[in-house]
Structures are given as structure tokens and as C-alpha cells.
Design a protein around this ligand. Structure first.
Ligand code: PLP
Length: 387
């Protein structure tokens, strides 16, 4: 599959056709190179003053010497793709292209390319990609009608709409494939990892759509997928693991590791223990020295008896004002602790962690060799991404 970038930037407009455009006759002329710090939103109605459309209108109205490119209704938008992108694809594939997969936003790209191919008699299947949440897919199925359709928000940027722009000619589109955010972002990341192509989220969406639309194509088909922009502007989103995790786009793979491997992954090679008849003071001192909040307790033969934690020690001390130095921890041991063979699969230990908050890992002799805590499990799961 080849990636083809549009070469021509969109030209300016002669007429501002946006339905919300209000011409401002008092505009003064000045340098067009001003930077605006507005925070427009895609999650509000177009009429809302915070919407991208309204903010753009306002900036144009307030800014001397500014024009609105009006990409949703500017015929120069598809025309640019008719004149540049389409012949570029045709020439670079030496007329062998059979399918072109394009994410649809304004629809300028797909409509311009499609019209060129039709008008030149080239039999090329045009496949649009639409994010789930957008209504373009349903509008295409209903021959352009949006009656009764509603859009909802999604995270991938640049594609999908809650109306049908006049720059999108759905009649020229042969098929539309839906993709969800997770698929789009998954393929965006694989694209750079495996192919070294650093595209944005809509590139990943187009690739996801292509894989759905052309699952079993043989070598006789030449599929072109458009990757519209680079990934650098999405570093805080699709390329940021925290953002991806926060939005539920990174799955976790807990398979294959033992409970002990996960317990040790945070780097506690030697397990510190306490004995049943250790004094409370000695145990508190040991906890402080090793910066741990709980210790497995063993008998004389080294077998597990239970666990002692700082919470129980503290509760006990608060409840009983006076303490002798030789009081032992014996009565404070939590003996109802979850114990598992260290080599058991991490997955199996997860339910125990949820129920008991901690799992003691033992060897064949019933000696403790590790502690698996909630934070170990969380850190491990946060660090593993399903590919
Ligand atoms: C990043 C990105 N991807 C895809 C598109 C969709 O292209 P078109 O508007 O031509 O449908 C756009 C449109 O601006 C975009 O900015």
C-alpha cells in the first residue's frame, strides 16, 4: 500500500459560504500572521459560540485582513484534490490503482479524487472511512439524507462530521467503512512502529478502514491509502501512553508471567521477614529500615504463618497506651492471608489480590519468597500494552 500526501494547500475563498458567517465591514487590514489562543470545541453544536465553526467565524470577523478558508463549503477544496492528489496517485501507480481509501472530514479529498477518476474513465473503487460517532456513514447509506441522524463525540481528529459538508459528494463514494477510536489509534501506533510512517490519528483510521475494506485482496489489486498528516501534533494524545490509558485505548496483556515475576518487577530482590516471637519494636524498626509496610511472618522452620502490617501495629499501639519493649507481634499476625505458589500464573493471583490486597508467594517448602501487592499488579498492567 502506498501513502500519498496532497501536494497543494487549499487556496483562499472568494465567497464565504459558511452558514454562520457574519461579514464584518469594519475590519481593518493588517498582517495576517497573528496567532490566536482560542479553545474551540468539537463537542458542542455548530451554533454554540465555542464550536470550531463559531470560533473561526469570530476570529475572521474580528481580524483585519483575514479570510475564512471555509473548508466545508469551499469548492476549491475538492478542486485541489482533483487537480493534484488524483493525478499524482494515477501517475505514481502508473494507472494500476484499483481502490483508494480515504478518511472523510470535509470530504474534499475523496470527492476531488473520485470526480477525477470518474471523469477520466478510470475504474477505481473509492472507499471512505468514517469514525464511529460521525454520521457520514449513515448519511451515505441514506443517499445523503441526515434526517433523524445524530452524531456523538469521538477522539480521532480530522475525520467524521455531524452534518454533510457541501464539499463531500457522497454519490461518488462506493463504500464507507466505520472504524472506532481504539482501532484508529492502534493502527496509528503500529504504522510508525512497524513501517516508520509517523502519521496522525486519521492516518491510522484510514489504515484500519483499508484493512477492513480489503481483507482478502490479491496482488491484482493496488490499494492506495491516504495518510493526511504527520504525527508530531499528536504527541500528547495517541503517542502518549498516559492519555491512551486514561481513555481506555491501551489494553493489557497479563498472560505468560508468573506471580513472582510480577512481584519482583518492581525490584525487591530479597524478601524481609519477621518471626512470630519478634518484638513489636524490632519489627517496626525492620520495616522502617527497609521502607516496607508489611512483612511475611514465618515460624522456626521458615514456613509462612501470616503477615504483619504497619496498619495493625499502629492500630494496636493507639488502642493500648503502654507498651513494653518485649511485647511480641504474635497476636497481631494476620493469619488469614492469601498464599500461592510463586510460579502460579499472575492472572490466577489477580482475584486473590482484589479480595485480600496482598498475596504471599511461597516455594515448595512453604517458605515465603515474594509478596504480590495491588501496586505491583497495577504497575505491571500499566506497563504492558496489547499490540
Ligand atoms: C488530519 C486530517 N485527516 C483527515 C482529514 C479529512 O480530509 P477531508 O477534509 O479532505 O475529507 C482532514 C481534513 O482536514 C484532516 O485535517
Amino acid at each position: 500500500m502506498a501513502a500519498v500526501r496532497p501536494l497543494l494547500p487549499l487556496t483562499g475563498v472568494e465567497r464565504l459560504q459558511h452558514p454562520h458567517y457574519r461579514p464584518n465591514s469594519t475590519s481593518r487590514r493588517s498582517s495576517p500572521s497573528q496567532v490566536w489562543h482560542s479553545l474551540p470545541s468539537a463537542a458542542v453544536a455548530p451554533e454554540d459560540p465555542r464550536s470550531y465553526y463559531s470560533v473561526a467565524d469570530r476570529i475572521v470577523a474580528e481580524t483585519p485582513n483575514a479570510i475564512l478558508a471555509n473548508q466545508y463549503h469551499n469548492p476549491n477544496n475538492p478542486e485541489a484534490h482533483y487537480q493534484s492528489t488524483a493525478p499524482e496517485i494515477w501517475e505514481q501507480t502508473r494507472g494500476k490503482v484499483t481502490d483508494i481509501v480515504v478518511g472523510m472530514g470535509t470530504g474534499g479529498t475523496i470527492s476531488g479524487i473520485a470526480r477525477y477518476m470518474r471523469e477520466h474513465g478510470h475504474d477505481v473503487r473509492m472507499i471512505g472511512v468514517d469514525p464511529i460517532g460521525s454520521l457520514l456513514y449513515d448519511a451515505w447509506k441514506h443517499e445523503g439524507s441526515t434526517d433523524g441522524l445524530e452524531a456523538f463525540t469521538y477522539k480521532v481528529e480530522g475525520i467524521g462530521e455531524d452534518f454533510v459538508p457541501s464539499t463531500l459528494d457522497l454519490q461518488l463514494v462506493d463504500d464507507v467503512v466505520q472504524v472506532d477510536d481504539a482501532e484508529a489509534f492502534h493502527w496509528t501506533r503500529r504504522l510508525v512502529r512497524e513501517e516508520g510512517i509517523f502519521g496522525g490519528g486519521s492516518s491510522g483510521a484510514a489504515l484500519a478502514g483499508a484493512l477492513k475494506a480489503a481483507p482478502n485482496f490479491g496482488p491484482e489489486r493496488l490499494v492506495v491509502v491516504i495518510f493526511p498528516d504527520g504525527g508530531s501534533r499528536y504527541l500528547t494524545k495517541v503517542f502518549n501512553d498516559d492519555w491512551m490509558r486514561e481513555h481506555g485505548f491501551l489494553g493489557v496483556d497479563t498472560s505468560g508471567l508468573t506471580a513472582l515475576q510480577v512481584a519482583k518487577s518492581r525490584g525487591f530482590p530479597t524478601l524481609i521477614t519477621a518471626q512470630e516471637y519478634d518484638s513489636k519494636v524490632a519489627v517496626i524498626t525492620r520495616m522502617r529500615q527497609h521502607a516496607v509496610s508489611q512483612l511475611p511472618v514465618v515460624d522456626d522452620s521458615g514456613s509462612v504463618l501470616g503477615i504483619i502490617s504497619e496498619v495493625e501495629l499502629l492500630e494496636h499501639m493507639l488502642a493500648n497506651g503502654h507498651h513494653s519493649v518485649d511485647e511480641t507481634i504474635s497476636e497481631l499476625i494476620n493469619r488469614d492471608v492469601s498464599v500461592r505458589p510463586a510460579e502460579s500464573p499472575f492472572e490466577d493471583a489477580l482475584a486473590d489480590i482484589l479480595a485480600h490486597k496482598v498475596v504471599l508467594l511461597i516455594d515448595d517448602l512453604h517458605h515465603p519468597i515474594g509478596i504480590l501487592t495491588i501496586i505491583d499488579a497495577l504497575e505491571h498492567m500499566a506497563s504492558v500494552e496489547v499490540q
